[in-house]
Design a binder for this molecule. Structure first.
Ligand SMILES: Nc1nc2c(ncn2[C@@H]2O[C@H](COP(=O)(O)OP(=O)(O)O)[C@@H](O)[C@H]2O)c(=O)[nH]1
Ligand SMILES: [Mg+2]
Ligand SMILES: [Zn+2]
Length: 322
């Protein structure tokens, strides 16, 4: 997929066009902008005046789409960011994929089914990064969509917004547009085939992403040249597209913090457990286990929490080397 951030001309670093007014080429006036595309060896910076500038960067540089960055004679410097979405790459290294996010949209559909735990992981990852999670149940035209929507609402509302839409039929999208206009910058995650690219196309018609492109190529996204691109929505807000983004573990949350972010535990945890560091596994006088016993938390939800907890403990042990 090629990045198409090109309402304004893209200019190679070292030329004058596209730079902010009054910029001094001797470097006395640095310019600031937002990184709107990342192509490995180059990034595209959107400047305050709407112009764009392409800047060469070292391969493996830490610039992330969504970063505010300062451009000077000495190169590009990303400023500290919040709301950073991270994942592990194929070699197990933690990588930032998008920054300064306000919202993380988890896309689900009746078909294809999403891997078990994806929704929980994504919600935990978002909350631990202080990004607001929301859910888009796509393909409302297919049987099973309403059931899925209702299940997700039971699980997440009122803690998170849930939308039922059809990207292909253009249904339910206005509510999503209003949400983006209010929240700001978002990103979609979800398993391949649920309709992330279709949603982006429907919300930003200028973008024209190849739908199904990753499915069609056996190389699982090897043909994708950019790691991410940022697009402005005509109705307000922004969307970052991260091709090939499929599943992720909550890479930053500790086993201790997990329950505080786990969907469905919010009400139970307004009460205290006997132990302040309770992991809600088998400790006595535990608020979560009490909620399970009283039917306020489904046993399957507790089991899902325990699975994720064990997984986190496992990776914490692996990182400490024992
Ligand atoms: N029935 C139906 N199919 C959809 C809808 N939205 C997307 N699709 C189809 O789902 C397939 C995968 O969509 P795509 O956007 O590539 O998914 P991605 O892998 O998550 O980016 C494509 O064949 C789309 O046409 C929808 O609302 N209803
Ligand atoms: Mg896609
Ligand atoms: Zn407890």
């Amino acid at each position: 997929m090629a990045a198409r951030p090109s309402k304004a001309p893209v200019v190679e670093a070292g030329t004058v066009g596209g730079l902010g007014k009054g910029t001094d080429r001797a470097g006395r006036d640095d310019v600031e902008g937002v990184i709107v595309a990342h192509h490995g060896v180059a990034v595209v910076v959107r400047l305050a005046d709407g112009g764009q500038q392409r800047v060469r960067v070292r391969r493996g540089s830490r610039h992330v789409v969504g970063d505010r960055a300062r451009l000077s004679e000495s190169g590009l410097t990303s400023l500290p960011a919040q709301g950073v979405l991270r994942r592990r790459d194929t070699r197990g290294r933690v990588r930032a994929v998008a920054s300064n996010l306000d919202a993380l949209g988890i896309v689900l559909a009746p078909l294809p089914d999403s891997p078990p735990g994806l929704l929980d992981r994504a919600v935990v990852a978002a909350r631990s990064a202080e990004v607001e999670p929301f859910v888009v149940v796509n393909k409302s035209d297919l049987a099973g969509a309403r059931d899925l929507f209702e299940r997700v609402c039971d699980l997440l509302e009122p803690a998170a917004r849930v939308f039922l839409v059809s990207a292909d039929a253009g249904q339910g999208l206005d509510a999503l547009r209003v949400y983006f206009a209010r929240r700001g910058r978002g990103v979609f995650v979800g398993t391949s085939g649920v309709g992330k690219s279709s949603l982006l196309n429907a919300l930003c018609p200028d973008v024209d992403l190849a739908v199904g492109e990753i499915n069609a190529s056996s190389g699982l996204g090897r043909h994708v040249t950019s790691t991410a691109t940022l697009h402005a929505l005509a109705s307000g807000g922004e969307l970052i597209d991260t091709p090939g983004f499929r599943d992720f573990g909550p890479v930053e949350v500790s086993a201790r913090e997990l329950s505080g972010h786990f969907p469905g535990f919010e009400a139970a945890l307004t009460q205290r457990c006997r132990f302040r560091d309770c992991l809600h596994r088998s400790e006595p006088d535990c608020a979560v286990r009490r909620a399970v016993a009283q039917g306020r938390i489904a046993p399957q939800r507790h089991a899902a929490y325990l699975d994720l907890l064990s997984e986190l403990e496992e990776s914490e042990r692996a990182e400490r080397g024992y």
